[in-house]
Ligand binder design. Sequence first.
Ligand SMILES: Cc1ncc(COP(=O)(O)O)c(C=O)c1O
Length: 495
Amino acid sequence: MEKDHNLTPFYTKLKAYADSGAICHDVPGHKLGQIDNDMMDYTGKQIFKLDANAPRGMDNLNRPQGVILEATELMADAFGAEKSYFLTGGTTMGILSMIMSTCRAKEKIILPRNVHKSAINALILSGAVPIFVKPYIDQELGIANHMDYEEVKKAIIENPDAMGVLVINPTYFGVTSDLERIVTLAHEYDMKVLVDEAHGSHFPFSNKLPIGAMEAGADLASCSLHKTVGSLTQSSILIAQGPRVDHMRLRSTINMIQSTSPSSLLLASLDIARKSIYQKGPKQLPELIDMAKKTREQINQIPGLKALGKAYFLSRNAFNYDETKIIIKVSELGLTGFDVYKELSDTYKIQVELAETHLVLAVLSIGTTQKDLDVLVEALTKISETYIGMHLEPIAPKIKYSYPEAYTRPREAYHAPKKYMPIAQAVDEIAAESIMIYPPGIPIVIPGEIISQDILDDLEFYQRSGSVILSDTESGYIKIIDKEYWMKWSEDEDE
Ligand SMILES: Cc1ncc(COP(=O)(O)O)c(C=O)c1O
């Protein structure tokens, strides 16, 4: 039976409860807005009235049977999936759940090396063995992007015992791999395909966008509706289809890491965002793509700047490109992306999504207005006028792109005895923590990898170009495996 996407079962019930005048002798402690606070001065009481915990009749996210189930069924229908799960811990939680429910300790998973940190954490938690595929390196933009189909094929053929393949659809920069072909091959080897669709939740709602995970035949995908579709930050979904998915195992993994007090605001926002993208996406997404194209053309008229579109990425062997992203190469002006990111914010009150050494990235959605784009073009024009006459030396491309060699599984390294060492002295040591450049949160080194001089050079490069470097350890130091005490930690004993 066709679903009625006008319905918002969870939100509707929540609103009715908020308006019911219930006397709250349960949590949350704000009693649906009865404790005045500074935030309420700004938001009013309404937002607190919708922040109910688990009143009778509102269903239970751990085992939905009522309005949450109905909302997840509508979500699955909108995404062309058999089943959907609502997540209140972002796609971070979706990736943890997909990998942990697919791999047991020492089972293999094929994944690109430029995965989000949640995938690395999933390797630690599951004990899985990563088989990394080297992503395509775009030397001009200084970024790692999609996976080449032939590289994935090689990894699958060489590791026929792998349990799954994880694909990023699309990368942070909007570029996709040939997901359909990867799915076909992976399924021939009876491997599951898990998709990190954090940046691609809008794909199923316009045929002008790259193919979505479910349409491509993938088994599982996690989508950050909060990133590109309009739900509240941290609300994501996990969608699934096909006979390879063990829903009992998936559900128990999700429940293991899901809060027992999931935010009703987040759940309601998923319900609402689904209705909105389902109804507005097919018309508004193509309009947005046209607006983005026009903006790219305008930016390309600005001296020293380049906005790279679909043709650029396709000529670099990408499978497809999400044209709702605007990548602006700024380094020919002699400025780094970090410089322009800061100037856009400080001088023009424009917040872009991220900066890299050579570029800034603007992420658009159907909430983006033409005026917002005009203001961006104006600000970029002024930045160009300020700097072009200075004839600054263009930022040099990074020469080397090397990935560290793995010595042991991430989980093994995570549990091994550790010590701290100044990063500069850590060549040939085995990392016991991840070091990441943020955003986008992609690790340069992960637990179990050997720290090489190339890695240290990379870190220095990123530090010099103004990136934020994230690790558990205080700046300048790194947590490494204490090899001397490691002997007693036998690989065989560890799960
Ligand atoms: C590629 C990629 N995957 C996963 C995530 C995690 O998504 P979330 O922020 O919804 O937890 C991010 C976050 O930026 C990401 O960039």
